[in-house]
Design a protein. Structure first.
Length: 246
């Protein structure tokens, strides 16, 4: 088995199987896949997804992103959870300024991720529960680039399955080698060098960012399970997720 998958139209697709779990064992292959925007799949790409056993897609994008999708009948069940809530242009401007001033990108991401986790626990609980409650077959979790929203949900899923934090952080960091081709054309359209540098930083996924995010989240809440339950995730859904992955 290989963790990195080649589905035509996508750049950042990985199986979450094969990771070691605490106490022995490893996560199950073909159970959960993380990806960038599946709406970019070609017909051959969709066939590869279905042939891989995926039967449910959990879409973490904003509602506005869905509105830009071309109309298409999908051969899978789709569950949509706008993980970061509503698109807020005012917050978006503030975030861009923070990105320009951030001296340490890893620390910036850690702070941003913790803000999202603490501010929107119900959304994270919904997204993770959707993976556990999916119909039999594989689940593909995706957003736009498959690194921030997908990275966070994948990290919670893996921790819930008992994967050590350092392994989860390494899985998150693997996106950096894949998404440069997605970010570079956007960066090339920047009006100046400062903005170009800001955009290019979006391709970075330092393992320390996710390691520190999970460490702090678990320090505050005791465990990922406790955090998700505090956001309203049913225990039965979380148990089904563990069974799906272990």
């Amino acid at each position: 088995m290989t963790r990195t998958l080649a589905w035509e139209g996508l750049l950042n697709v990985r199986d979450l199987g094969g990771h070691p779990t605490e106490g022995g064992g490893e996560t199950r292959w073909r159970a959960v896949v993380r990806a960038d925007n599946v709406r970019r799949l070609t017909d051959a790409g969709w066939q590869a997804l279905v042939d891989y056993g995926v039967r449910t897609v959990v879409d973490l994008r904003f509602h506005e992103e869905l509105a830009e999708d071309p109309p298409r009948e999908l051969p899978v069940d789709v569950v949509h959870v706008s993980l970061f809530g509503q698109l807020d242009p005012e917050y978006g401007e503030e975030l861009m300024e923070r990105e320009r001033r951030a001296p340490d990108w890893s620390a910036h991401l850690r702070d941003l991720y913790l803000e999202a986790l603490e501010g929107l626990p119900e959304n994270f609980a919904l997204a993770v529960a959707a993976v556990g409650d999916a119909v039999p077959g594989g689940v593909c979790v995706h957003c736009f680039a498959g690194k921030d929203r997908t990275g966070l949900v994948s990290a919670l899923v893996l921790r819930l399955a008992g994967v050590p934090i350092d392994v989860v952080a390494d899985d998150y960091a693997a996106s950096e080698a894949n998404i440069g081709r997605l970010i570079e054309p956007w960066a090339a359209k920047a009006p100046d060098e400062v903005e170009r540098d800001r955009r290019l930083r979006h391709a970075l996924t330092p393992s320390t960012a996710m390691h520190e995010t999970l460490t702090e989240l678990e320090r505050r809440h005791g465990s990922v399970r406790a955090y998700l339950e505090s956001g309203g995730a049913p225990r039965e859904s979380l148990e089904r997720l563990r069974e799906r992955l272990r």
